[in-house]
Write a protein of this length. Structure first.
Length: 510
């Protein structure tokens, strides 16, 4: 490993160091791994480097070089207070360590800039709180530019105990034991028949179940900006969002919905914490070239009362949503349900893109109506709990509300069971990309739950007849299962002009 590192083959050196750790772990090996990760120029992971450096310091607490490397990893992830502490520890162990003295000054200068120059050392919690408040208010203004500060809490939804309010859910979805079901059986039973299901036992071995939390994310990559709403270019630091989740009282809270987590060095390691359930494999989207492959996976971090208003997933894809922490309320309507039946009544003041408004102001009334509907149009409702995976078939309307602070991961996928929905004219190439006008709408399958075809030549977006939102009209972009709002390539309860390509960065399910 040392020889390959000296030759500049850092990737090979990293693999050799990790192999050596498996044979005989030592502080020096972990420190070498950390240095390789720091020097890999984009291919490495600062977070993985920090974790390796921590292990080195744990194994050798009095080793100055170990603390020095740990301090460098803190700088990489912009944890400047921790970097200052590490470099001070190095100088306490080795007072003549010139590199540590230099890096200490760098860390202190970065800390002063981070706090606006108001302080020269860690502390001053009032200034940090003020900074956090400014960040959140700026994000809110960008997310809903027509809402003033009072509009975010005007309905008083924070006083509603959601679990009690929705305590009589039918739970009329079929459960499946992942260990006892093959991909072929699941496909023929649920995907071919367009039937939602809840998969249990598929997440039993996931490392995410014991490691993912808002606190852990803030500690691991708190300075990393996570996508909140790409349509408005809205991003938030994970540390800021964690603080927001803990104290927010908004009716319709902000919702982190990151499609880039698997491509960024500081969060790429999260891909190793879960596996795609076997019943959803193979995914034909994974085999596409990057230039024609749409966004297909999302990390979801949502406070209570956040969620997604009624929508369909883009491009005729199916979706699975795995809940790691918290609980979610789901309502799903068959694709053949007449769209007029789902539209909120004209006298209901329901914000079009607010999940909490849809559930608290409209769903209970609509739920009573659905009991009189023909059986093939009746909805499925359930509470998803941690450790469960929801399967959403192609073209099903669905809305999702986070009953608690929740973390989930979701994928949209194309299998042999729904490939006709996604690409009726054949898989796209570099020259023939799929678009909202040429995807599943071109040749829809009959709805398996009905005796006839779709209620119209293609499932129409719902048209809002009167403005009912106190906030802005929804701006749209591609959405997958349980996204925070309607999107391009996604049918929603509002009609929109087809100005965006369906391959633009999208959002996933719930």
């Amino acid at each position: 490993g040392n020889a390959r590192a000296e030759e500049g083959a850092l990737g090979e050196a990293l693999a050799l160091f990790e192999q050596a750790i498996g044979l005989c772990p030592s502080a020096a090996l972990f420190e070498s791994v950390a240095q390789c990760q720091l020097m890999l120029d984009g291919a490495g992971s600062p977070q993985a480097a920090r974790e390796a450096a921590r292990r080195a310091v744990e194994m050798s607490p009095e080793w100055a070089d170990g603390h020095f490397t740990l301090g460098r990893t803190h700088l990489e992830v912009r944890r400047f207070e921790d970097a200052v502490a590490s470099f001070l520890k190095v100088l306490a162990l080795q007072p003549d360590h010139e590199d540590a003295a230099h890096e200490l000054e760098v860390a202190r200068e970065q800390l002063r800039r981070k706090s606006g120059g108001a302080q020269k050392a860690p502390g001053a919690p009032v200034d940090w709180q003020r900074r956090h408040g400014r960040k959140i208010q700026r994000a809110k203004r960008r997310r809903r530019p027509l809402w003033d500060a009072a509009a975010w809490t005007s309905r008083g939804f924070a006083s509603v105990e959601l679990a009690a309010h929705f305590g009589n859910i039918d739970e009329n979805i079929e459960g499946v034991d992942a260990a006892a079901t093959s991909a072929e059986d699941f496909g023929s039973r649920f995907q071919a028949s367009s039937t939602p299901a809840v998969l249990r036992g598929a997440m039993r071995d996931w490392a995410a179940m014991g490691r993912w939390s808002a606190e852990a994310f803030a500690d691991e990559f708190g300075e990393k900006k996570i996508v909140c709403d790409h349509r408005m270019g809205l991003e938030l630091r994970m540390a800021d969002f964690k603080e927001y989740m803990e104290c927010q009282t908004d009716d319709t809270p902000l919702y982190l919905f990151d499609h880039n987590f698997g491509d960024c060095g500081s969060t790429r390691h999260l891909l190793d914490h879960y596996q795609v359930p076997e019943v959803f494999l193979p995914d034909l989207l994974q085999g596409l070239a990057p230039e024609v492959r749409p966004p297909l996976r999302w990390l979801l971090v949502g406070p209570r009362r956040s969620g997604s208003a009624l929508h369909k997933d883009p491009l005729g894809t199916s979706a699975w949503n795995a809940l790691v922490t918290g609980s979610k309320l789901w309502v799903l309507f068959p694709p053949c349900t007449p769209v007029d039946w789902l539209r909120p009544a004209a006298d209901r003041d329901v914000a079009e893109d607010s999940a909490s408004c849809w559930f608290l102001l409209w769903w209970r009334q609509l739920r009573e109506r659905t009991r009189q509907w023909p059986a093939q149009h009746r909805p499925i409702e359930l509470v998803q709990r941690a450790g469960e995976v929801i399967f959403v078939p192609a073209r099903w309307w669905h809305a999702v509300l986070n009953l608690e602070d929740s973390i989930a991961v979701t994928h949209n996928f194309c299998s042999r069971w729904n490939v006709r929905d996604v690409w009726p004219g054949g898989v796209p190439t570099r020259r023939t990309r799929c678009s909202p006008g040429t995807s599943a709408a071109a040749s829809p399958r009959p709805c398996p739950r009905c005796t006839g075809r779709w209620p119209s030549a293609r499932p129409r977006p719902l048209r809002a007849t009167t403005p009912r939102s106190r906030g802005p009209q929804s701006r749209t972009s591609a959405v997958a299962a349980d996204g925070p709002g309607p999107g391009a390539g996604t049918e929603t309860t509002k009609r929109r002009p087809p100005t965006q390509s369906s391959w633009s960065v999208g959002r996933a399910s719930s």
